[in-house]
Design a protein. Structure first.
Length: 143
């Protein structure tokens, strides 16, 4: 796995996230393009971080003034992509190397869940791309 470097702002976001949720954040990605913060938490902790009926997520959204998304950490690329694209079901993940040397993850989901995996305006697939690049140096996730 790659070494993650956090900015001062991301460290502050993590501190507030942890104070509100009582859940340790392993990482914070400031996705300015989509006006959101993506927090990575340990496996099994997303529910607690989100809070009852989304109470923590709603409070964080208000405090940060932008969307807040919580993803459980995966030890493998497949686990990370499954978490990033949840609740869509991943059938398979294949890695290939393009002629320019970039590593590409090809993700297969059931036809009926493609819209769910891609998300509104491609938000879910963009989240998956950010996480795949950050943790596994995979350049592109193809649906």
């Amino acid at each position: 796995m790659a070494t993650i470097r956090l900015t001062e702002n991301e460290i502050q976001y993590i501190s507030l996230f942890e104070a509100v949720t009582q859940v340790e954040a392993l990482d914070c990605i400031n996705d300015e393009e989509n006006n959101r913060l993506i927090f990575v938490v340990k496996r099994g902790m997303a529910g607690k971080a989100i809070g009852s009926k989304g109470s923590n997520a709603k409070l964080l959204r208000k405090l940060f003034g932008r969307d807040v998304e919580i993803v459980e950490k995966g030890e493998t690329l497949e686990e990370m992509l499954s978490a990033a694209l949840f609740p869509a079901k991943i059938l398979s993940v294949k890695i290939r190397e393009d002629s320019d040397g970039s590593r590409v993850a090809v993700v297969e989901v059931p036809e009926s869940q493609k819209g769910l995996a891609i998300g509104k305006n491609g938000r879910n697939v963009k989240r998956a791309k950010l996480l795949a690049k950050r943790y596994f140096d995979v350049d592109v996730v193809v649906k």
